[in-house]
Every structure is written in C-alpha cells, then in structure tokens.
Design a protein around this ligand. Sequence first.
Ligand SMILES: CC(C)(COP(=O)(O)OP(=O)(O)OC[C@H]1O[C@@H](n2cnc3c(N)ncnc32)[C@H](O)[C@@H]1OP(=O)(O)O)[C@@H](O)C(=O)NCCC(=O)NCCS
Length: 168
Amino acid sequence: MNLLSLAIYLRNQPVTISITTATATDIPAIAELEQHYYQQEGYPAGFLYQALRQWPAALWVAQNENQLMGYALIAPAQSEQGSAAEPWLMALLVAAAGRGKGIGRKLCEAAINHCRGQGQQGLWLSVAEYNQAAMQLYLSLGFETIELRKDFLGPGEDRLLMRLALQR
Ligand SMILES: CC(C)(COP(=O)(O)OP(=O)(O)OC[C@H]1O[C@@H](n2cnc3c(N)ncnc32)[C@H](O)[C@@H]1OP(=O)(O)O)[C@@H](O)C(=O)NCCC(=O)NCCS
C-alpha cells in the first residue's frame, strides 16, 4: 500500500520516492542495505523475514521505482519504564545516495502514524550520542531523551533512550 510519496532530486534527476509497507520480495535488498552500512552487525535476511512474519504491517520501504532507498522497522515491546507495552523503532536506514532529502523523516512519519493509529501511547528508540543526524531527526519529530543506558547494545555500546508521546 502506498502510504506517502516524496518528490526529490537524485543525481540531478527529479524522482518520486514512494513509502509503502514491505513485502517478502523487498527483504534481500533490505538485508543488502543493512550489510552495506553495518557490515557483519547488520540485520541478516533471516531476521528480516521473521520480522515481516511477526509484524507484517510494521516494516516500511522507501523506493524509487524498484530501487530501495531506505527502510524502517517497528517492533512491539514491553517498556522497561512502566507497565504499558509500547513499540520500538528497531531500524531506520537510508541509502547514502538518498540522505538529506527527507526520506528518513517520511519513513519515521509512516511509523509514527502507524503507532498512533494503533492507539499506542508512546514510541521508543535507542540512538548513539554521536549520531547527530539521527538525533536531530528524532528531536525535530518530538522525541524526548529519557536516559543514557550503559551497554544497551552490548559492551561499550551505550545508547540514549528516546520516547515520543503519541496521544497528547
Ligand atoms: C539518520 C538517517 C536515517 C536520516 O535520514 P535522512 O533521509 O538523511 O534524513 P532527512 O533528510 O529526512 O532529514 C531529516 C532531519 O534529520 C536531520 N539530519 C539529517 N541529516 C543530518 C545531518 N547530516 N546532520 C544533522 N542533522 C541531520 C535534520 O534535522 C533533518 O531535518 P531538516 O532537513 O529539516 O534539517 C540517515 O542519515 C541514515 O540512514 N543514517 C545511517 C543509519 C542510522 O544512523 N540510523 C539511525 C539509527 S538510530
């Protein structure tokens, strides 16, 4: 389903980026993007197929025609901050050639609209303090920093936990 579209310039050519929910045919390209950016730390295809099976409406792709430009994944989770179960943004990744053109923001908006439509109270994510591009995006969308968690993604991988209140 086409949820959003965005007109941008890529290599000086005007193109339209569509944001849709992903299907299984999108997984190889998502896994390739993950491996290209995160190398061995990237989510493998097996995890992404499993995620699509478990949370079929919570994986979005941004595409220029059939070329993957980015993706986002939401997963339900129990908040450690309280009793309410609130979802987490598990992944947000835009291909290097498409960055700085609004694709990350549109993917986040698709995820936020989905969570809001489900009646969720909040949306969580973790981000490295040094990741200024992501931090600025999240702050501009209204996310608030809750705390810095030591070793959140493994030894030495401290992360800021951020939450967006959805039902103000
Ligand atoms: C973070 C990321 C998803 C942003 O995607 P993007 O498509 O480049 O972002 P957008 O063009 O939609 O920009 C949205 C906002 O992000 C911020 N931003 C984006 N790039 C930025 C940069 N290089 N420096 C500072 N802020 C930046 C700005 O606030 C921007 O809003 P503005 O255009 O109104 O100024 C992208 O840089 C990326 O994939 N990074 C690698 C993976 C990653 O770090 N993912 C997040 C993990 S928590």
